[in-house]
Design a protein around this ligand. Structure first.
Ligand SMILES: Nc1ncnc2c1ncn2[C@@H]1O[C@H](COP(=O)(O)OP(=O)(O)OP(=O)(O)O)[C@@H](O)[C@H]1O
Ligand SMILES: [Mg+2]
Length: 423
């Protein structure tokens, strides 16, 4: 390059136009397979399907992190992605904290499951899977969340024996109040299995019994304390759990445990079926509500499921610093965050404030021009990092999709009359 061209005066342009002159970022599209997302900087159609790309060796996993500051179109991207993927027979499971997936449910002809104290919807966390080991895993997870502390050895063992006692006594599904009752007054055989007296055992596990009792009779009464409300379609192709009413309560951690349990139950049931439907597991803004209940661990277990069953985890965040700040402070949380980023081969970065650019750059390994770009993106426009390739993509919505994804009006709460698939 001549010194003259190196000294060429600066050029002002809008980010909309500037996207076309990023030669170090723009690459040809990913091919035509998958759902249409929008246009890349070359003007070509940008299509995406994590399973196709995984099978082709472009991606190491089907997981994705969507990142960006307020109101950039992150949720709109997720909703249109789901809407378009549902048409191809994919299934989706969504934790909806802001109560904004109603219109999408409406359009897909399903009803969100809205959890609120006294709301009439009850979920039995222990009924999601019939196998004893799966129920025990969940019972322990729920108890840990209810206690807000790890289990002692005797508590962990007593939960196992209590579950066995209840499963052995009746064919009905085990419930949390039944477990609490057995822990308060352990039968002789159960104490014998643990080599102690019923009185000593009751004393040792009283803390866990009280925590489960409080879950069933305290402010969350009616939500987890009996068989699941009949008529809920937990196997719907779009299952949205509306957590808006409980977003600030301790119930959320338990719901997260239940949610993961259902998902693994559905997956385990389907895993032997040839040509089973692929599942997308969406946590939109969930970092907000689970940051005190071990977000990192929750995501880690989901990502583990992803490897086992090929689920696509789609995690929406404002900034990567939220992941680092989540869970217990210090290097452990930072390591978990780095692990999650390493396990998400697709990152979609919407506009980031200047202050977030250095961290985003270092955690995602962005080039200098990519780092510069992310504070210049306009709404609906994102840097897609797909494996080792990068694209600047303008997300497109149809008129119907614009209605489904509009979060500026009261629509997200009231819903609207929308067309459905197949109509
Ligand atoms: N591709 C797009 N083109 C034009 N407008 C868009 C696009 N995507 C979203 N919008 C509009 O931008 C607004 C914000 O979108 P959305 O709620 O998806 O943002 P968000 O990034 O999820 O925000 P938050 O961080 O608050 O959750 C919506 O009203 C939506 O209609
Ligand atoms: Mg959003």
């Amino acid at each position: 390059m001549s010194s003259r061209s190196a000294q060429r005066p600066g050029h002002r342009t809008t980010t909309r136009n500037a996207q076309a002159i990023y030669p170090f970022i723009a690459a040809g599209g990913l091919g035509g397979r998958g759902v249409f997302i929008g246009r890349d900087s070359s003007g070509g159609a940008f299509c995406y399907d994590p399973w196709v790309l995984y099978a082709d060796g472009v991606l190491d996993d089907p997981n994705a992190i969507v990142l960006g500051k307020l109101g950039q179109g992150k949720s709109a991207l997720v909703k249109t992605l789901l809407w378009r993927m549902l048409l191809f027979g994919r299934r989706a499971f969504v934790l909806d904290v802001k109560r904004e997936y109603g219109p999408l449910c409406d359009a897909a002809g399903v009803r969100p499951i809205s959890l609120q104290p006294g709301g009439g919807v009850r979920l039995n966390p222990l009924a999601s899977r019939p196998e004893e080991h799966a129920q025990l895993e969940l019972l322990r997870a729920v108890t840990v969340t209810a206690l807000g502390a790890p289990l002692t050895q005797i508590e962990a063992a007593a939960l196992r024996e209590a579950l066995r006692t209840i499963r052995g006594a009746s064919a009905a599904e085990p419930t949390l109040p039944a477990i609490a009752a057995v822990l308060f007054q352990p039968p002789v055989e159960m104490a014998r299995a643990l080599r102690c007296t019923p009185e000593a055992l009751a004393g040792d596990v009283r803390r866990a019994a009280l925590a489960l009792q409080d879950l069933c009779e305290g402010p969350l009464k009616g939500m987890f304390d009996g068989p699941t409300t009949p008529g809920l379609d937990l196997d719907a192709r779009l299952l949205v759990l509306d957590l808006h009413a409980v977003r600030d309560s301790p119930a959320v951690g338990i719901l997260m445990a239940c949610a993961t349990a259902w998902m693994s139950a559905v997956l385990a049931r389907e895993s032997d079926k040839p040509g089973r439907e692929r599942l997308i597991n969406v946590a939109d803004e969930s970092w907000k509500i689970v940051q005190h209940t071990g977000l990192g661990e929750w995501f880690q277990s989901n990502f583990k499921l992803a490897r086992q069953f090929g689920v696509m985890n789609l995690v929406v965040l404002h900034k990567l610093a939220d992941l680092q700040a989540a869970g217990d402070a210090g290097s452990r949380a930072a390591r978990i965050a780095e692990g999650l980023i390493a396990d998400a081969s697709t990152t979609v970065v919407y506009h980031q404030d200047e202050s977030q650019v250095p961290l985003t750059r270092s955690l995602l390994g962005l080039s200098e021009s990519e780092a510069e770009l992310i504070s210049m993106l306009s709404a609906g426009q994102a840097l897609w990092r797909v494996g080792r390739r990068s694209f600047v993509v303008q997300h497109y919505r149809s008129r119907l999709e614009a209605e489904l994804t509009n979060t500026d009006t009261g629509m997200s709460v009231t819903g609207g009359r929308l067309l459905r698939h197949g109509r």
